[in-house]
Each structure stands twice: as C-alpha cells, then as structure tokens.
Design a protein around this ligand. Structure first.
Ligand SMILES: [Zn+2]
Length: 196
C-alpha cells in the first residue's frame, strides 16, 4: 500500500468516527500568534506541546530553517496576511539546534539533483539565465545569526505594522527547550526610544 492510500484509509476512518470534534475551532488564532518554524519532523508535535499551543491558537508557517530570505516572498506574505486578515498580533520565529539548513550547500544539493536525473544542461541554462542557484540553495552557517536576520527582515518590512513584536527563538529538538535570541518587546521599546 502506498503512502497516499495509507493516508486516505486513515482519513476515512478519522472522519467517519468524528475524531475531529475535539479540535473544532475557527480560523482566527485564539492567542493572536503567528509562528514561522522549521519544517523539521522532530517539531511536528514537540513544537506545539512545548509552546502550550492547541488547535486554533496560532497561525503556523513552516519552511526549511524558519527562514525569511526575501521581503517579497511567500513566507513574508503569509505573515502579513496573518496580521492583517487573521488578527495575529505577535510573530514568533522558531528555528532549532541541529537544523538541516545548517549543513546544506548548493554543491551537495546539485550533486544529488544530477544523480536524480536533472541534466547538466538544465543547471547550466539556469545559471546562464541569471538564477543564483548557490544563493537559492544555501543554508546558514550559524542558527542564531539566521534567526536574528529573519527577525530583522520581518520587523523592518515596510508593510508590517509598528506595533507587532517579532520574537526570535531557538528550540532544542529533543527537549523542546526554547532559547530567546530576540525579545520582540525589547526591540520595539528600543525603536520607540530611538524615535523619541
Ligand atoms: Zn530545521
């Protein structure tokens, strides 16, 4: 049985026995929180449990590394939609130690791509057309710097309201312990003092 069949078979059972009933809620996050977290499989259940978040409490956006690399990309758009259309009032960026994005690099990924049938021709054509494959496939050297950088891009986004704090945290992927890298309230207060 393929994975899809397995999922669909579980799904039929899940819906017909009304197991969803304990999770019913609406689309507005009860805790007014939008979270950008890493997609790491170890965080699937650990992250909400370690944060005390239940279904309906937060908007949860995930990608490799909990990264915002471009101010006009889909992750930033999701955060803005969370704030403006879905009543998120605070943002948490949550990366983790031992992250896969800390070890990847373009050379290794492209070598794998070649093995999986992506031709040298395609790679050359992409480079020639100005696609920065090395930048696109780059991980980060230091997770703390990466969290700080993402928080700065989000916080300084011209469309983010000034009263939305952006916190940066790193999770231990085995215990769920959070280390605070950026305290969004402190940043906001410092900005207010600078303006005064
Ligand atoms: Zn990760």
């Amino acid at each position: 049985m393929g994975m899809l069949d397995e999922i669909l078979s579980h799904n039929m059972e899940y819906v017909s026995t009304r197991q969803y009933e304990s999770l019913q809620t609406d689309k507005f996050p009860d805790k007014g929180l939008a979270i950008l977290a890493c997609m790491d499989a170890r965080l699937v259940e650990l992250l909400p449990q370690a944060l005390g978040i239940r279904n309906g409490d937060a908007k949860l956006i995930k990608n490799a590394g909990a990264l915002v690399t471009a101010p006009w990309g889909s992750v930033m758009r999701s955060l803005l939609v969370a704030v403006y259309a879905l009543r998120a009032e605070e943002i948490c960026v949550i990366a983790h130690y031992d992250c896969g994005m800390g070890t990847i690099d373009a050379t290794a990924i492209l070598a794998e791509a070649r093995k999986r049938g992506i031709s040298e021709d395609v790679i050359r054509t992409l480079r020639v057309s100005g696609i920065d494959l090395d930048g696109f496939l780059k991980g980060f050297a230091n997770v703390e710097d990466s969290v700080r950088n993402t928080c700065t891009i989000v916080r300084q986004h011209p469309l983010l309201p000034r009263d939305v704090p952006v916190h940066g945290l790193i999770m231990d992927p085995s215990t769920g312990r959070l280390d605070t890298i950026v305290n969004g309230y402190v940043v906001m207060n410092a900005e207010k003092q600078d303006e005064a």
